[in-house]
Write a protein that binds this ligand. Structure first.
Ligand SMILES: [Fe+2]
Length: 1089
């Protein structure tokens, strides 16, 4: 043996060949004949391999091996052509297996010592379901390079030493190239260099093709390659081939156990579990790339594919580092299957036009590997050496009770423990029928797995061979001698998936491969859920349509069916109205006028209303509000208790100058002897100011006005309108409108204010301040908190489907020709501009209930009666309080102290990404209000770090509250108040009135036409109906959380919510119109509509 520097390949000398005379045969011009030969050879070889694999059921080459699991990190390197797959800093899982190319002839045991080509097979990125495999061998060139040379090799190499000798004599290059790769008794698999030998085409981001080869080298510096064959070894190989298996004259080698190389590799992992850093690994490598782009002629280009030739040795560039953290048990190692055809889209092994072409090797290998592996897949696993007694694991797999949640295909499970893992064991029922049967949704399947003791249970791993079908798994429980361990999944498994034990773990609670699993899960989500950022908007998932979302983020089929059924119903209603319009067009206008005339005598005329609207949605139900909408008492009540409960604020000092209201104007409402100033001082005056609509463009033929309204809590504790101004500046053309005006004038003014308010409600308080600002927290959660993280488990129930509904909303609601374009006055672009304007002013602090109430000057003490009957505030406070208690307990269960929060890099990454990317500040960097502000928050006041448990509790409470209660308060009143169009028109078709004296005809001409009415109706019908599959606040049907203390906190939350439910129900009993939007049993736990 000799070091690489002084070592020499003496093959030509030994076989007495002149180096100059050695060369490659000319490749004939491809023709039909050679193409047919290639296809024929491929078919024959395929059929042969298929039968042979069924018979043999194990590897044809590299039979005995050793495998491990770890992580690869793509490095930053300018020399690597920029491509879509190997992106700098990307993390990929790695399964790596080392082996020896050929076993000794029959009758001998696999022997690690003898002269042999060694291999490293690498499988990257198993998590994605599509792995990328490389099979590499020692030696920078291959002993065969096209169809005919493979045939020479394959025909003789399994035939024993004489046949090998025969083969070596066919062509000196076979011998020379073999010697390049042969290693005798090397020190370690982990210190050799392995070459892909085949040439790949790598397409860069610009579409240019580069010709590349790969190799794997040790990451330990300065390790000279051991095992290089001496002159005598080389000679022996050529002349006395059988002697390479005997070491009688080499006592050092003789003394080594025949499996010493595998044993050395395994010993590396003995202490690796104690390491707490991902970088500390048992074996460390670098994948390198040789990008050779120089070619000018066709011949040269073809020559690049010649595996028989090496490429210059000094052109290798680092592509990735590999660190191995977990040894695989032999059973599991032998189940690893590598296929050179598994490649990402940017990497290819090109097809060959002929049998003689250099590309024919890649052409054939990528087609034949899966065929050759067929037998290993269909036949039962062959158990390898079993040196310990087996125990029985009782495994129960529960499938989610959801449509298409079941799975049809072969399923395998491996149990991972602290000591080892079981091999993949097939899950199926008994008998042929059991084997072929489907795993049905909503069912539990029990299996008994006999295997060696894996130690403390840590995870279970699935492999599903039907890559088209997923399995929606709820839980897996594993019972080991009476102790049951729960593995909560509640997710779809496609292909391959690991589910960890139920106990939540912070990053510093995990070590070794478990830490690697965390990193890989985060990387998976970073790949699946990229950010889309745009100016003046919260960032969102860069996925255009619902169907393209990762399956775990999509709505279940049930929800989609319900949604589309409702949409169909809505469309039917619209069609009905269209037909009605067509038939009754001449009468329609008259009908509308008649309707409004009748409204003034409403109680008797409900049938008139029903005839006009003809609801086909909601079982012809006419909303309750239609019976009383017309009165001032009801108008005011809706601002206080309706679908947009955050529209008004208290006037604390004086009414803004722009709103010219005098005592005389409102005397009728204030009552005798009360002045405006007194009413303000008493805290009884409130304002709705739609200033933010100023300058927002409207759709063609539609109008809006930045109206203002003044409200008053009268002596009967009613919240009633006093005055309305249809613009921000009073003047001759912007008069004040009050109840003293004519019935028509006052009604029209109220409609304009409601119309303005509805735009703000829909686009700001509902869409922006719940849906859109919550999504970044969800995206960042997936990207930064692995599913085993306690805060992931805590948040998940409250953020489920938020990305899904927002993705649908972006396309169907606010996208081009979406519902907003059709129902809002500010649709067709104005609505986006308005959201952007609002986002510029967005203040994260105001999502906190107490800050929001302070800001509106209505954060009164509980016994303060200045603003009675404001049930939204009363109920919201109750919910906030119990949610905060719940979160507080949870956070204390998982974080020992403030320091634990600070040290939790994952939770810090989570909030930092929300601050920097999710809810970014695009404005100028103004003066920070205080030091902390500058240090830890952006100008939207989104924190960039979490310094303590208390701050984490507040933040999480805010998120859960916003996703549940706040959204429910803004969302679920939509049908009640908007379905009856005149009550809350979202579209006006005429400019606002500038003078008094409006008629019923004017009102009708201003209100939306029948299409507007229908569209508004469908929209609120779709958005505000609680679905049959809805899960409400306090319900935890999934067992994400298993810790006793945390489960008790969930129970406590349910109890507290039960009390709130009783209190609200009791209060509602005495109300003419009960306030139910924050009744816990009606508050969905997440934003899902
Ligand atoms: Fe919503």
């Amino acid at each position: 043996m000799a070091d690489r520097a002084e070592w020499k390949n003496r093959a030509y000398e030994i076989c007495d060949a002149s180096e100059d005379a050695v060369g490659f045969d000319e490749i004939p011009t491809p023709g039909l004949k050679s193409a047919i030969r290639l296809a024929a050879r491929l078919s024959i070889a395929g059929a042969g391999l298929y039968l042979k694999s069924l018979w043999k059921r194990e590897r044809f080459t590299h039979a005995s091996g050793v495998g491990a699991f770890g992580i690869a990190r793509i490095v930053e390197n300018d020399r690597i052509p920029k491509n879509e797959y190997f992106k700098p800093n990307r993390l990929l899982s790695v399964y790596l297996r080392h082996g020896n190319l050929m076993d000794p002839p029959t009758g001998r045991h696999p022997d690690d010592r003898c002269l042999n080509i060694r291999s490293a097979s690498i499988k990257l990125n198993m998590e994605s379901g599509k792995s990328v495999d490389f099979i590499m061998n020692t030696g920078d060139r291959c002993p065969f390079w096209n169809g005919p040379t493979v045939r020479d090799f394959a025909e003789r190499v399994h035939g024993g030493p004489q046949r090998v000798q025969e083969w070596l004599r066919i062509n000196p290059l076979y011998f020379f190239n073999s010697v390049q790769g042969l290693r005798k008794a090397p020190d370690s698999y982990a210190s050799l260099s392995y070459y892909s030998q085949m040439t790949y085409e790598l397409t860069d981001v610009d579409g240019d093709v580069h010709y590349v080869r790969f190799r794997l080298v040790s990451n330990q510096n300065q390790v000279p390659e051991s095992g290089l064959p001496s002159y005598e070894d080389q000679r022996k190989y050529y002349e006395r081939n059988e002697e390479i298996y005997s070491f009688d004259d080499e006592p050092d080698i003789q003394a080594k156990p025949i499996n010493y190389l595998r044993a050395e590799f395994k010993r590396r992992f003995v202490h690796v579990d104690d390491d707490d850093a991902v970088s500390a690994s048992a074996a460390s490598y670098r994948i390198q790339v040789h990008p050779l782009a120089r070619h000018s002629t066709q011949t040269e280009r073809l020559d690049l594919f010649n595996m028989g030739k090496a490429w210059l040795d000094d052109e290798w560039h680092d592509l990735a580092t590999i660190d191995l953290h977990r040894l695989l048990d032999d059973d599991r190692t032998e189940q690893l299957q590598f296929n050179v055809g598994n490649l990402p889209p940017c990497l290819a092994l090109p097809d060959a036009p002929s049998y003689e072409d250099y590309r024919s090797i890649g052409h054939v290998r990528k087609r034949l590997y899966s065929v050759a592996q067929w037998g290993r897949l269909v036949a039962p696993v062959r158990r390898r050496s079993i040196d310990e007694a087996e125990i029985e694991y009782q495994v129960t797999v529960t499938t989610m009770a959801s449509k298409r949640g079941g799975y049809a295909g072969r399923a395998f499970l491996s149990i991972l423990g602290s000591r080892r893992e079981t091999g993949f064991i097939e899950l199926h029922g008994s008998g042929i029928i059991g084997r072929l049967a489907r795993f049905h949704e909503g069912k539990a399947y029990e299996f008994t797995i006999a295997a060696r003791d894996v130690g403390t249970l840590e995870a279970v791993e699935f492999y599903l061979d039907n890559s088209l079908d997923g399995w929606y798994i709820a839980t897996v429980s594993v019972d080991k001698t009476g102790d049951t361990a729960l593995f909560p999944a509640y997710r779809w498994i496609y292909g391959h998936g690991i589910i960890r034990l139920g106990e939540a773990k912070l990053i510093f609670d995990d070590c070794g491969y478990l830490k690697v699993l965390r990193e890989l899960e985060k990387q998976k989500w970073r790949d699946l859920l990229p950010w889309h950022t745009w100016e003046d908007m919260p960032s969102h998932a860069a996925i255009r349509q619902h169907a393209d979302l990762p399956r775990d983020l999509q709505f279940l089929d049930e929800k989609m069916v319900f949604f589309y059924e409702k949409l169909d119903e809505g469309k039917l209603n619209m069609l009905y109205n269209k037909i009605r319009d067509w038939i009754g067009a001449p009468l329609r206008r008259l009908g509308q006028i008649q309707l409004l005339r009748n409204i003034f005598h409403w109680e008797d005329e409900i049938s008139q209303y029903s005839r006009f609207f003809h609801f086909h949605v909601g079982n012809n139900e006419i909303p309750e509000v239609a019976k009383r909408w017309f009165t001032d008492k009801e108008y005011g009540r809706q601002f206080l208790q309706g679908s947009h409960p955050t529209a008004f604020r208290r006037v604390v000092d004086k009414i803004p100058d722009k709103f010219r209201v005098t005592d005389d104007d409102v005397r009728g409402v204030l009552g005798r002897g009360v002045t405006l100033e007194q009413a303000i001082r008493a805290g009884h005056v409130y304002i709705v100011d739609c200033k933010e609509l100023e300058g927002i463009p409207t759709a063609e033929g539609r109008f809006i006005v930045p109206a203002m309204g003044l409200f008053y809590v009268n002596a009967a504790d009613e919240f009633v309108p006093m005055a309305i101004q249809l613009g921000q500046e009073s003047g001759p053309h912007c008069p004040l409108w009050t109840p003293q005006d004519s019935v028509n004038d006052w009604l029209l003014a109220k409609m304009w204010l409601r119309c303005a308010d509805s735009q703000i409600h829909q686009m700001k308080d509902h869409l922006l301040l719940t849906h859109l600002v919550m999504e970044p927290f969800v995206i960042s959660m997936y990207r930064n908190l692995p599913s085993v993280h306690p805060i992931h488990k805590l948040l998940l129930p409250h953020v489920r489907y938020t990305i899904a509904i927002n993705t649908i909303g972006r396309l169907k609601l606010v996208g081009q020709n979406g519902l907003a374009d059709q129902v809002l006055s500010i649709g067709c672009g104005g609505h986006i501009r308005y959201i952007k304007e609002c986002y510029k002013r967005f203040n994260f602090d105001l999502l906190f209930l107490d800050h929001a109430l302070d800001d509106r000057r209505i954060n009164d003490d509980v016994d303060d009666d200045r603003l009675p009957r404001y049930y939204y505030r009363d109920d919201a406070r109750r919910l906030w309080r119990v949610l905060q208690q719940y979160v507080d307990t949870m956070v204390k269960v998982y974080y020992e102290n403030d320091d634990a929060v600070v040290r939790d890099t994952e939770i810090q990454d989570w909030i930092k990404e929300v601050c920097d990317v999710g809810l970014p500040w695009h404005g100028e960097d103004g003066e920070a209000e205080d030091e902390e502000d500058a240090d830890s928050r952006n100008r939207h006041k989104v924190p960039s770090r979490i310094p303590s448990r208390a701050r984490l509790v507040r933040l999480l409470t805010c998120i859960i509250y916003t996703c549940s209660a706040q959204h429910a308060a803004q969302n679920f009143g939509q049908y009640d108040y908007y379905a009856f169009y005149p009550n809350a028109p979202m579209t006006m078709r005429r400019p606002p009135p500038t003078e008094k004296g409006n008629t019923v005809e004017d009102i009708v001409a201003t209100l939306g036409d029948s299409k507007n009415v229908s569209m508004q109706l469908i929209t609120v019908w779709l958005l505000a109906t609680l679905g049959p599959e809805e899960i409400y606040l306090g319900d935890f049907p999934e067992e994400y959380i298993v810790e006793g203390e945390a489960r008790m906190a969930q129970d406590q939350l349910r109890t507290s919510l039960g009390k709130i439910e009783a209190e609200i129900t009791e209060r509602n009993r005495g109300l003419e119109v009960p306030y139910t939007y924050l009744l816990p049993s009606r508050v969905p736990r997440s934003i899902a509509v």
